[in-house]
Design a protein around this ligand. Sequence first.
Ligand SMILES: NC(=O)c1ccno1
Length: 251
Amino acid sequence: QRTRIDIVSIFPAFLDVLDLSLIGRAREDGLIDLRIHDLRDWAHDRHRTVDDTPLGGGAGMVMRPDVWGEALDAVLAGGPEAPGAGRAVLLIPTPAGEVFTQRTAEDLARADRLVVACGRYEGIDSRVPRHYAARGFEVRELSIGDYVLNGGEAAAIVMIEAIARLLPGVVGNPASVLEESHSAAGLLEHEALTRPVAWRGLDAPEVLLSGDHARIARARRDEALARTAARRPDMIRALDPATLDSQDRTT
Ligand SMILES: NC(=O)c1ccno1
């Protein structure tokens, strides 16, 4: 069962990057059914207008609900109302959303369908997510971080990459997806080194050359803990104390 991903944007070419590399190959291999749609196809006036001024005043423009409604009805056709449609998620990138994390990516990788609505300007009329939630769709307004972009497209690319690489067969070696930063252990990934062993006066830690896999695992866990404590004290505080105690340290 391959995942279908639809993306609606007024800049469909922005998403051409999804034709490249892993995602591109996954599409060729039929692992992902990715379709890009131009929102203006559902704007019927002469200028194909998709936005208007904010009700209540204020700066900028808001994207119209009627245009988005026609577009999403067309794209979502066969959504949860249709028998056997599976789990369909309407994903709306927005700086005002819940924070997108690896847990979110793991959850969304289990959806059958993702429809991504990329807003521009001041965003999409808030009645759009409300309407589709009321119709029984799972609606997720998600932010990739506490900063503002000019539109949802860049955030959509980030989230789709984080989700798609978790789908079976997309990443060559599934093991490489397991031991990563922000994995279930709640730590950042340990440092990585390769040959040459000696480089510009910096030698690789001897333990990595020891062949003692238990010692190597402990050294890596220690380094992951130290790195997490230094860079992400918030993650250390969030750690389950049992996780900390289970660190069989070398010292
Ligand atoms: N932070 C975000 O995810 C975002 C989406 C659109 N603009 O910002």
